[in-house]
Design a protein. Structure first.
Length: 314
């Protein structure tokens, strides 16, 4: 009975947001329809935490009159939770197409819109004993991939099974090995794909970099600035910013168990789920994310525009 009551309450909220969203889309003052913020549940890629829980949440409350309740986690893990019906957000935002395609295959969404893109970098700790060498790499005075092979250097990354970033650093090193003709680079920098000594949750990677427990770590360009961490910009041919990385490098494959992955462009996609309690609010939110106000916020947080990226469909 408690579950049924919860469903009824959410359905009432959904009806309320339909009025508010209708006002938003028609240009009418939202205050005519609601005096309180309407809840919107958003599950988003863990790399977006600082942006989503800070200026996006505040601006959504101000402009859309919505209280965004966020859940941050690796995009692949979130997609699996949604498919398994363990969570039921109104909006899902992921990085790379793969997690969204998982949602499509389960019939959970009908389309997804690109809202931003980023690229891979190497963040490092100013407290590291290797900070000077890492700084030289950032300045182009040393080869980043040689510095990361320094004995005793502690490198951090996320789980490649549950988090696209955990796979993307592997792809970056595999591409570097191919392009720089360094066949053992993966082993020398990362060890095995599932290296327990390097793998942490995303918040722990950043925290350990700040404290100096890690010397360097994988990151998206959007992340280090929020933590006042320096980083090494990587060449375009390996930073996964290009839209055709999979077709250009079809020979790059990461196999873990029976699962195989190929490189994907680092594009963020947003979709309203078909079973969303607040679908109208979700649509208004996604429309707003690609509009000028939200996109200006993205730029301030070092996200790049989606460019020519196309919407995803099943």
């Amino acid at each position: 009975m408690r579950f049924s009551s919860t469903i009824r309450r959410r359905e009432l909220l959904a009806r309320s947001i339909a009025l508010a969203a209708g006002a938003a889309l028609s240009g009418l003052p939202r205050g005519l329809f609601a005096s309180e913020l309407i809840t919107l549940d958003v599950a988003y890629a863990g790399s977006m935490g600082s942006l989503m829980e800070g200026p996006i949440k505040a601006a959504a409350a101000q402009t859309l009159k919505m209280e965004m309740r966020g859940r941050a986690q690796g995009s692949t893990a979130l997609a699996q939770l949604i498919v398994g019906e363990n969570i039921r957000p109104d909006v899902f935002i992921c990085v790379t197409p793969g997690p969204m395609l998982t949602i499509f295959r389960a019939g959970k969404a009908g389309s997804a819109r690109p809202i931003a893109h980023t690229e891979m970098v190497i963040a490092y700790s100013p407290k590291s004993k290797f900070a000077a060498k890492l700084h030289d790499a950032a300045e182009g005075k040393a080869r980043w991939w040689e510095v990361l092979q320094e004995p005793g250097l502690r490198f951090g990354r996320t789980d490649p099974i549950t988090d696209p970033q955990g796979r993307n650093i592997v792809f970056t090193v595999m591409l570097a090995a191919k392009i720089y003709q360094q066949p053992n680079l993966m082993k020398k920098i990362l060890g095995p794909a599932l290296n327990e000594q390097q793998i942490f949750t995303e918040p722990m990677v950043q925290a350990r970099l700040q404290s100096g427990e890690l010397d360097a770590a994988s990151a998206y360009k959007i992340q280090p600035g929020s933590f006042n961490l320096p980083y090494i910009v990587l060449p375009k041919e390996i930073n996964l910013s290009g839209p055709n990385v999979a077709t250009e490098h079809h020979d790059i494959v990461l196999n873990i168990g029976s699962k195989g992955w190929q490189p994907e462009p680092l594009i963020y996609y947003a979709a309203v789920l078909k079973n969303a309690f607040n679908s109208r609010g979700g649509e208004a939110f996604v429309d707003w994310l690609i509009g000028p106000e939200a996109q200006a916020i993205f730029r301030r947080f070092n996200y790049d525009p989606p460019g020519a990226a196309l919407a995803l469909h099943p």
